[in-house]
Design a protein around this ligand. Structure first.
Ligand SMILES: [Zn+2]
Length: 467
């Protein structure tokens, strides 16, 4: 019933809101070296102080939790809703065209700059939702607290600190992902394994293989060195397989050694189908090379069979499973390093609600052990789930439907968001379905209309849940 007033307030404060976003985006708050009283470096503290200053200017009471987290309270009443956003950003990086990372710029209905979408823009939208409720004098029975973290991008030590002091509110949403609502986040199993073997001198042989930079990234390159192979032969085989694998190969020969580089595309491990895995591509090619039999090739061959190219669901590894709510288990073979005497590797798996240590971790351990591979990981991060039919989630979906005219539904995510450890926390916004805001990349932006709609929806949600 306050919709009209809220809409008018937010629209009237558009420029002021953008001004505040600009002030925060202009501060480079990528994690820096720890200093006394500055757990995540100077930039994070500056951004936090600026945001709390804004909160104070608008008449809210604020608190700084030792530069880990800051809070802005709507009133003094009983806790009901926390809105969890963050002020740290990933580094500015290269490749920007529209502007530079920390010189925010408005263009074509968007605001560009590092943090405009992730997550300073949404944080300010939440602040303006609180302003609207307060300045319009809408009566509330309970409190809303905006929690501003400063370590979301590097491990979320900030909120671990905060929740060591304060209790979780009965309801929490975080505008740090996408609409409509993400109420289910898969579990995480990042598995390290290794093998040792006797060195073989029989030719042709593989001297070494290297691939992968991070366990949660689909590797874009993989390189291997061989002795006793003919480059021409490798070239022919490689060319024949490129189209099917979707990976490019470069074969070179130098001082009797053949080097093969596989070139694919990076992607996030939670969506393996979006990348082109150079490692599994290279293993497919190696499988067809005429290499001499040895312990090393037995182990490498086993890895190729257990995690073949294009098997995103762990079928060959024997852990394919899915449930209606979370969808399938996914797997990305992301790291491998092999020499003459041993290998070390890792894969990243996103696990549905139906997975557990017995049917996933222990199953992998047994299967790998049968192939002479030793698993060194002993635990998984369990999935996170808030029931989609709770009054809380329904209120969020209802606001979304009202303001966008789109169907509101709950989504499952392979990634872990800021609320993964919270009992009743979900991700809500702040980018609309289909908006590709270049989060973490060059030319990050937020659609200004989406920020305004977010502020209106958040105000509506506050009124519904705390009024
Ligand atoms: Zn974020």
């Amino acid at each position: 019933m306050y919709r009209e007033k809220i809409d008018r307030f937010i629209d009237a404060h558009r420029n002021e809101m953008l001004e505040d976003i600009r002030a925060l985006v202009a501060i480079d708050s990528a994690r820096g070296p720890e200093k006394p009283g500055m757990p995540y470096g100077e930039g994070c503290v500056r951004a936090l102080k600026e945001a709390l200053h804004l909160g104070e200017c608008y008449g809210f009471s604020v608190r700084n939790y030792d530069n880990y987290v800051g809070t802005i309270d709507l009133n003094e009443k009983e806790s009901q809703l926390d809105i969890l956003a963050h002020l740290d950003v990933v580094p500015g990086g290269d490749g920007w065209n529209v502007t530079t990372p920390f010189e925010p710029m408005e263009k074509g209905g968007r605001i560009y700059g590092r943090g405009t979408a992730d997550d300073k823009g949404p944080a300010v939208a939440a602040l303006y939702a609180m302003r609207a409720v307060r300045e319009l004098g809408i009566p509330l029975k309970k409190n809303v607290r905006l929690i501003l973290g400063t370590d979301e991008e590097c491990g979320s030590g900030d909120i671990a600190y905060y929740y060591g002091i304060e209790k979780e509110a009965p309801m929490t949403f975080s505008p740090d992902a996408q609409y409509p609502v993400i109420n289910l986040e898969k579990g995480l199993f990042q598995c390290n394994f290794s093998a040792e073997f006797a060195e073989s001198t029989a030719l042709p042989r593989m001297v070494s293989l290297e691939s992968g930079t991070k366990v949660n990234v689909v590797p874009a390159t993989a390189k291997a060195v061989f002795e006793g192979l003919k480059a021409g032969e490798c070239q022919t085989l490689a060319k024949a397989m490129e189209a099917e694998l979707g990976v490019r190969f470069e074969v070179t020969e130098e001082k009797g050694l053949v080097r093969i580089a596989a070139l694919g595309e990076n992607g996030h491990a939670s969506t393996p189908w979006k990348g082109k895995n150079a490692l599994t591509g290279l293993l497919s090619l190696i499988e067809s090379l005429p290499l001499a039999e040895c312990e090393q090739m037995k182990r490498v061959g086993a890895l190729g069979r257990l995690m073949p190219h294009g098997d995103w669901y762990g079928k060959a590894l024997g852990i394919a499973m899915e449930d209606a709510e979370s969808g399938p288990l996914t797997i990305t073979f992301s790291m491998l390093s092999v020499d003459g005497k041993g290998l070390k590797g890792a894969f990243d798996s996103r696990c549905p609600l139906c997975s557990n240590e017995e049917n996933t971790l222990q199953a992998v351990k047994r299967t790998m052990a049968e192939c002479g591979l030793c698993v060194h990981t002993d635990s998984m991060i369990p999935p996170h789930h808030v029931p989609g039919d709770s009054a809380f989630v329904k209120a969020l979906l209802c606001a979304y439907e009202c303001y966008t005219g789109q169907k509101g539904e709950c989504l499952s995510l392979g990634g872990l968001t800021y609320v993964h450890e919270l009992k009743n926390g979900v991700a809500f916004g702040a980018s609309m379905p289909g908006t590709e805001n270049h989060m973490h990349g060059p030319d990050e932006f937020a659609e200004i209309s989406e920020l305004l709609t977010s502020a209106k929806m958040f105000a509506q949600v506050i009124v519904t849940l705390c009024g």
